[in-house]
Write a protein that binds this ligand. Sequence first.
Ligand code: DX5
Ligand code: ZN
Length: 226
Amino acid sequence: MRNFRIAPSLLSADFACLGQEVRDVIAAGADIIHFDVMDNHYVPNLTVGPLVCEAIRPHTQAPIDVHLMVKPVDSLVPMFAKAGADIITFHPEGSEHIDRTLGLIKENGCKAGLVFNPATPLSWLDHVMDKVDMILIMSVNPGFGGQKFIPHALEKVREARRRIDEYTAGHGGEIWLEVDGGVKVDNIAEVAAAGADTFVAGSAIFGQPDYPSVIAAMRAELAKSA
Ligand code: DX5
Ligand code: ZN
């Protein structure tokens, strides 16, 4: 059975009390903190930088999964590693040289991953499977929380699962398959059935007053799909 991880996206949290939000959502049963970085250039929105990552770091032992929606990427990598990131993912379109950026993330002591927009082909993975620890499939176009899940993403999740299974069968290791955008209690089982193991959810969790009950409902759905 696959190991399922729930990764609340802080984008929908209350930014006036972020430390408390991080503690609450982890206490509610989440596994990972998903941290969305937008630069008003690669995507039309502006969020948070390494300073905020550093500020939340003491509030949890859970991994911080930094999703860089930025261009260029490289100069931010050491800053986020220093600010306590555990995983750093980026969009291939944001990097001048994806192999070098993946290497840089690992040299800085973090797990590295590539992110695929709905219109970005998985062929970017062809020659870098040995360097990725995570593949993140976007099920919305990046930039904003609260968007609707794009069903076509499921096909891409299946294809990414096929690539991961084929690669790890031959070479060993572990590559996580994360899905981000519009994931909710009522579609998480379908996303898991397509092959995902790590689920980002922003508005579905932070939009509800009772985090433990949403996360429990997600886990109950995941148990059905397993
Ligand atoms: C979108 C971000 C997501 C976003 C997800 O660009 O990368 O992480 O916060 O939010 P929901 O779960 O509300 O779609
Ligand atoms: Zn994200």
